[in-house]
Design a binder for this molecule. Structure first.
Ligand code: GLY
Ligand code: MN
Ligand code: MN
Length: 439
């Protein structure tokens, strides 16, 4: 488990407080995904399920039923888990079973997962609201819908059936959005190791290597620190940097090109998300540097806006303005900055947002708007700041020296009472510092 048991118990108590006595929450674990015949992708637990239980196995379900008692005992946290199976455990590893679920993971009661359907009816009966994210786990959707239908059928004889299904967005995801001190410690470590990995990449890169050879240094550093990539690493040389979700990572790195790397390591379920862009040969050309300095200024100014009480939309507003001003200065756009932004003309070169929540998921949960309006930053929220400029090769009306330049600079930032705290400062982003490191 990533945290001590009290942290998980606190989270469950908080969720039960939020959903109230007439609610029940159902949170399934992830399922193992087949990679190829007889082999699976490395298992990654569902983030909501991991957040509440710390239980590491697939095919389990957690049910939280505030105030529930059975046989004179509190029985609010019920875990459904895979049965023990000595033969399977020899092949695939240990299973906690129902005993382990109670003893090691704090379940008040545990059943094997094949008893889910039978147990679900009594768990749901008399609860008005089922907090469950429909549409993401089709096998569970069907079972839960069937249980509700059956309760409705017998409800003439007593127990009331639930009337509402509520997505976890308004309860659990609001909790996950504001990180606890223990979570921030893990995220800070994930970011620090990931920053080291980017430094290694800068030291490794040189003309003639393949993109994956640099990517290997990064991912090796994650692995030697007990981490793994939190998402598919993007290692894009030259114009590949203009492909936002480039995953091929196979091209040769050429003298005179830039290299964009977007990679972050995940530690105990919490991931970093860092992008740096630097010259393959260690020295920025004049044109590259001109574009780079604009993106860097946007990154720095946007980071400053991650302050308690500031609008969550502010970083993008600030970054967009600085990038558009820069595009006008370079002659890539013509006209008034205000009018250009109003018409969305900068989107030809800056087509993504400036940041997203970060945590267990790289694009973490949590609403950006409340009642249709941007919410305000609060302490413990973690956001990426990742402005970029991408000038596609052959862009008409743009001087050839800028063709194929793609630059993004991405940092991970915690909102604190004392202002923005950058977790990814361990890898340089100033031109002089990068060139010094690579010399
Ligand atoms: N690495 C994905 C992103 O930056 O959003
Ligand atoms: Mn990224
Ligand atoms: Mn990102």
């Amino acid at each position: 488990m990533a945290f001590d048991r009290k942290e998980y118990a606190r989270r469950r108590a908080e969720l039960m407080k939020r959903i109230g006595a007439d609610g029940v929450a159902i949170v399934p674990a992830a399922h193992e995904a087949v990679r190829a015949r007889d082999t699976h992708y490395k298992f990654r637990q569902d983030s909501d399920f991991a957040y509440l239980s710390g239980f590491p196995e697939p095919d389990a379900v957690a049910v939280l039923a505030p105030g529930r008692r059975t046989g004179g005992h509190k029985s609010e946290f019920v875990l459904f888990v895979r049965d023990r199976d000595p033969a399977r455990e020899i092949w695939d590893g240990r299973r906690a079973g129902t005993e382990g679920a109670v003893r090691d993971y704090g379940a008040d009661e545990a059943f094997t997962v094949d008893a889910f359907e039978e147990q679900l009816q009594p768990l749901l009966a008399g609860r008005a609201r089922v907090h469950y994210t429909m549409g993401e786990h089709s096998a569970w959707d069907a079972k839960i819908a069937a249980a509700v239908r059956e309760i409705r059928e017998v409800s003439r004889r007593g127990a009331a059936a639930p009337t509402d299904f509520v997505a976890l967005e308004t309860s659990l995801h609001e909790m996950r959005l504001k990180k606890s001190p223990a979570e921030l410690k893990l995220l800070a470590k994930a970011c620090a190791v990931s920053a080291e990995a980017h430094v290694l990449a800068m030291r490794t890169a040189r003309p003639g290597l393949r993109e994956w050879q640099v990517g290997a240094e990064i991912e090796a550093h994650f692995l030697r620190n007990g981490m793994e990539p939190g998402y598919g690493s993007i290692v894009g040389g030259g114009e590949n940097a203009c492909i936002l979700h480039y995953v091929d990572n196979g091209a040769l790195l050429r003298d005179g090109d830039l290299l964009l790397i977007d990679a972050g390591g995940e530690l105990h379920g919490y991931t970093a998300d860092i992008t740096r862009t630097f010259p393959v040969n260690g020295k920025f050309s004049k044109a590259q540097r001109a574009v780079y300095e604009i993106v860097l200024e946007a990154n720095k100014q946007a980071i400053r806006t991650l302050k308690v009480g500031e609008s969550v939309g502010r970083p993008h507003e600030v970054a967009t303005r600085i990038l558009t001003e820069g595009l006008v200065d370079l002659g890539l756009l013509k006209g008034s900055v205000k009018e250009l932004i109003k018409a969305g003309k900068q989107r030809q070169f800056y087509m993504h947002g400036t940041g997203h929540w970060l945590g267990m998921d790289v694009h973490d949960v949590g609403r950006y708007r409340l009642d249709g309006k941007y919410r305000r930053f609060e302490p413990g929220m973690v956001m990426t700041v990742e402005p970029g400029l991408y000038i596609a090769p052959g862009t008409k009306g743009v001087d050839e020296k800028y063709w194929g330049i793609g630059i993004r600079i991405e940092d991970d930032v915690v909102v604190t009472e004392d202002g923005p705290r950058v977790l990814t400062g361990g890898v340089p982003k100033d031109v002089g510092e990068i060139e010094k490191l690579m010399a």
